[in-house]
Design a protein around this ligand. Structure first.
Ligand SMILES: Cc1ncc(C[n+]2csc(CCOP(=O)(O)OP(=O)(O)O)c2C)c(N)n1
Length: 669
């Protein structure tokens, strides 16, 4: 008899999840009921029997991660969080998708306790999960000791057809298979329906076989409502530690809705009052009240939360004992948890003088990274197959591989999009400071993930080298013109384009000290002289986004503003003007965002409003520079796409020479 009672509770809890989602969408008159109705049995089983979490401590470091990659099914996640006892009361469910609620249309990690990552752009959750599993491996390799499995959690994902169609799923899953991330389990919600209708319209591959080819452990469950089969698959996936697991679960979108099940109509619109009534009747659910939660349905969720609280307490006790057995490692872990940087780490930052000769800022970046990596041990990263070009390698530290998860050098392969998304997943651990490199031009290939890092406020660092037409011979396909501005247009992303090696050191300091959002470094391929004055002034100047590099006596008549490799031109021209008795000032403006964040007094001191003769020099689109040069100013930039030639010739042809800058400045006078 106990068995049938248990089965009834399962059914009750699953239908509770289904109709909470249906009622949320109905109340909002907007949202996605179909996926929650189909996925509910899987989500229920996972959350009540397997997922390790403690709603009273949603950030417990060794909790399991649950990623709803198909973020449009958010109503399902909110139901799970509510029933499990997270701080998400029923009023929040009733306020689904409304102004000021913690139940936005798609899950937002920075808004809702228990939401691990922000999802909605399909496929990103898979990339985040890759990063979470990498982070789990790295942290385990760093901190686990015999008898002290401090990092031992799993990453569980639900992904939909849309996730699987997106290219990022291939990038992320290929790398996950290569790295043999056994702690990663993905459930593929195979319902055969997307927005346009049947997935047959646009997809015919066998997803399971695709994942087998990636080296995953693949299982199939023919009916999501068969909880016994589902349990067997979950347990087999859990017990498979050598390979990531994919469980292809056949589900039915809009399950239970007589008129809309298995139809795209159930995907992204309220079912409508009549169809809601029909679905509730069909599954034996009361029509009223809405948002109905039978007491019995709460029981399995409460039990799971209690079990999780126990696991969390056990973990804290383990950490206590760890402190006695391994005091040094425990102290390092405590520092990471508190977000403390090692004392005096900035003293490691190298300094250069003009006598050091020309040095590409990408090279300086590599030198900085290697100078601080020993101390700042949270720094981990790599490149999308441009390690040598991006100078991202940490010498003396191991490469990350399936066999060596404890390394600090990651090889992302030619997978910029998954790299960006994985960096987000790693940063979400709050215990790592991940960075990733590629050419600036290919920031376009990872832009969706950069934008999400900014939205989530994750302190990821992007090492974008080959930052202008002066990369030379590779030509227009590789020469970034619009990328700088397009990155600057992402709210919350700090873009820094250092003018020389000293500015690079300062830029890395800004990036590492930043905890609330991502930083993109734009670095040169070509050598740049170390500029007079940066050794003394760059550290503060870069942190403030812009500063006077060469001043004149008295009030300036003209301002020459540059970023990155063009600062030397502004400087050269300003010197020449000064030699002619013109009061010219040269300003280095490596970061618009940092400069704009200064108070007006500082900004006006650097760019005095009374001086309207202004010339900006940047080897990129001229668009938007008016904000600094005003209507009376001029911008030396680039229209078009650059050219394939040695970079010095390109500089001459495009007028990026001191002589031409001087001529343009004189025109203003
Ligand atoms: C990158 C991206 N492109 C497009 C969309 C818009 N969109 C939301 S859900 C969806 C597809 C829905 O199909 P599926 O993933 O199978 O979800 P289901 O219909 O089963 O709920 C699309 C195209 C999106 N969210 N992200």
């Amino acid at each position: 008899m106990t068995d049938s009672v248990a089965v009834d509770v399962d059914r009750l809890a699953v239908d509770t999840l289904r109709f909470l989602a249906v009622d949320m969408v109905e109340a909002a008159q907007s949202g996605h009921p179909g996926a929650p109705m189909g996925q509910a049995p899987l989500a229920y089983l996972l959350w009540t029997r397997y997922l390790r979490f403690d709603p009273r401590d949603p950030d417990w470091p060794d909790r399991d991660r649950f990623v709803l990659s198909c973020g449009h099914a958010s109503a399902l996640l909110y139901g799970l969080l509510h029933l499990s006892g997270y701080d998400l009361p029923m009023e929040e469910l009733r306020a689904f998708r409304q102004w000021g609620s913690r139940t936005p249309g798609h899950p937002e990690s920075f808004l809702t306790p228990g939401v691990e990552t922000t999802t909605g752009p399909l496929g990103q959750g898979l990339g985040n999960a890759l990063g979470m599993a990498i982070a789990r491996r790295m942290l385990g390799a760093t901190f686990n000791r015999a008898g002290f499995p401090l990092f031992d959690h799993r990453v569980w994902v639900i992904a939909s057809d849309g996730d699987m169609m997106e290219g990022i799923s291939s990038e992320a899953s290929s790398l996950a298979g290569h790295l043999a991330l056994g702690e990663l389990v993905v459930f593929y919600d195979d319902n055969g329906i997307s927005i346009d209708g049947s997935t047959d319209l646009a997809m015919s591959e066998n997803v399971g076989r695709r994942y087998e080819a990636y080296g995953w452990h693949v299982q199939r469950v023919a009916d999501v409502n068969d909880l016994a089969a589902l349990r067997a698959a979950i347990e087999a996936a859990r017990d498979e530690t050598e390979r990531p697991s994919l469980v292809v679960v056949r589900t039915h979108i809009g399950y239970g809705s007589p008129g809309k099940q298995d139809s795209a109509e159930a995907h992204g619109a309220p079912l409508g009052a009549d169809e809601v009534a029909a679905a509730k009747e069909n599954l034996g659910w009361p029509l009223a009240p809405t948002f109905h939660v039978p007491d019995e349905a709460r029981v399995p969720f409460r039990r799971a939360a209690e079990r999780g609280a126990g696991l969390r307490r056990d973990w804290e006790a383990l950490v206590e004992r760890y402190g006695e057995a391994h005091p040094e490692a425990a102290e390092r872990l405590a520092a990471r948890r508190a977000g403390r940087l090692p004392e005096g780490w900035t003293e490691r930052l190298p300094r250069w003088t003009p006598a050091d000769g020309a040095i590409a800022t990408r090279k300086a970046s590599g030198a900085v990274l290697n100078a601080i990596a020993g101390e700042v041990e949270t720094l981990v990263g790599g490149s999308a197959d441009l390690t040598g070009s991006n100078n991202t390698y940490l010498k003396g530290f191991a490469d990350v591989s399936a066999a060596e998860p404890g390394g600090r050098n990651l090889y992302f392969g030619v997978r910029e999009h998954a790299m960006g998304s994985a960096l987000n997943g790693m940063a979400l651990s709050r215990l790592l400071r991940p960075y990733g490199g590629t050419f600036l031009i290919f920031s376009d290939y990872m832009r969706p993930a950069i934008r999400l890092a900014a939205l989530m406020g994750l302190p990821v660092v992007y090492v974008f080298t080959h930052d202008s037409i002066f990369l030379g011979e590779d030509g227009p396909t590789h020469q970034p013109i619009s990328q700088l501005l397009s990155l600057r247009s992402i709210p919350g992303l700090t873009v820094i384009r250092p003018a020389d090696a000293n500015e690079v050191a300062a830029a890395w300091r800004v990036a590492i000290e930043r905890t609330d959002g991502p930083t993109a470094l734009a670095l040169t391929r070509q050598g740049l002289p170390v500029l007079e004055g940066t050794a003394e002034r760059a550290m503060e100047g870069v942190a403030r986004g812009g500063y006077v590099l060469l001043d004149c006596d008295g009030a300036p008549e003209v301002l020459l503003i540059g970023t990155g490799s063009e600062v030397q031109l502004a400087l050269g021209a300003a010197r020449a003007l000064q030699a002619d008795g013109v009061a010219a000032r040269a300003v280095s403006l490596p970061s618009w965002e940092l400069f704009d964040a200064q108070d007006a007094a500082y900004r006006d001191a650097v760019l005095p409003p009374s001086v309207t003769r202004r010339l900006a020099v940047e080897a990129a689109t001229r668009l938007a520079w008016e904000r600094y040069v005003g209507s009376g100013g001029d911008v030396l930039g680039i229209d078009g796409y650059g050219a394939s030639a040695p970079w010095k010739r390109i500089a001459e042809e495009y007028g990026f020479t001191v002589e031409h800058v001087l001529e343009r400045a004189r025109r203003l006078l």
